[in-house]
Write a protein that binds this ligand. Structure first.
Ligand code: NAG
Ligand code: NAG
Ligand code: NAG
Ligand code: NAG
Length: 161
């Protein structure tokens, strides 16, 4: 195997491992609050930017985050918590006026910046009640790290051939 190809392969693997992908975005209702669970990979120590937004009638409204400026009317209605690989946003007093497409976006700075996002479409009547999901039970990073390191090891093997 040509070592240049091996090296290119390793670079590709590293780039994939460097990504900070949003793996899922779900919505549910607690009391009168909308809860958005944004799960993502946590494979880098680099600072990461994030944003929760709502697109309604083709207009985007920033709810919370470090990228855009949250709209004034939402500021007093949101609360945010973050754990190892999940970001949770609550939007209080949820009504049909808040229906639309919710987006969770992550951005890893770099040249060019790497972004990853997921959408969830939210309708008041279709919303399910939140189950008592433990945030800790969602921690799959151990497995994730294992999965990510497998191709890396394979790639290294490749080069030594
Ligand atoms: C955020 O809002 C939810 C729903 O109203 C509530 O259960 C939770 O305790 C709040 N968290 C904080 C940190 O205020
Ligand atoms: C990844 O986990 C570390 C340790 O819990 C945390 O400090 C960091 O903010 C997390 N990264 C993201 C993108 O949430
Ligand atoms: C999410 O929805 C927005 C607004 O409708 C759209 O512009 C964007 O392309 C969607 N992104 C994904 C990943 O589907
Ligand atoms: C998630 O798992 C990682 C690796 O096993 C561990 O370092 C981290 O403390 C865990 N985070 C939480 C919130 O349990």
């Amino acid at each position: 195997m040509n070592p240049t190809i091996g090296f290119a392969l390793l670079l590709t693997v590293l780039q994939v491992a460097r990504g900070q992908k949003v793996t899922s975005l779900t919505a549910c209702l607690v009391d009168q609050s909308l809860r958005l669970d944004c799960r993502h990979e946590n494979t880098t120590t680099s600072p990461i930017q994030y944003e929760f937004s709502l697109t309604r009638e083709k207009k985007k409204h920033v709810l919370y985050g470090t990228m855009g400026v949250p709209e004034h009317s939402y500021r007093s209605r949101t609360n945010f918590t973050s754990k190892y690989n999940i970001k949770v946003l609550y939007l209080s007093s949820f009504t049909t006026k808040d229906e639309g497409t919710y987006t969770c976006e992550l951005r890893l700075s770099g040249q060019p910046p790497i972004t990853s996002s997921k959408n969830v479409s939210v309708l008041r009547d279709k919303l399910v009640k939140c189950e008592g999901i433990s945030l800790l039970a969602q921690n799959t990073s151990g497995l994730l790290l294992l999965l990510l390191s497998l191709p890396l090891l394979q790639a290294m093997d490749f080069i030594s051939l």
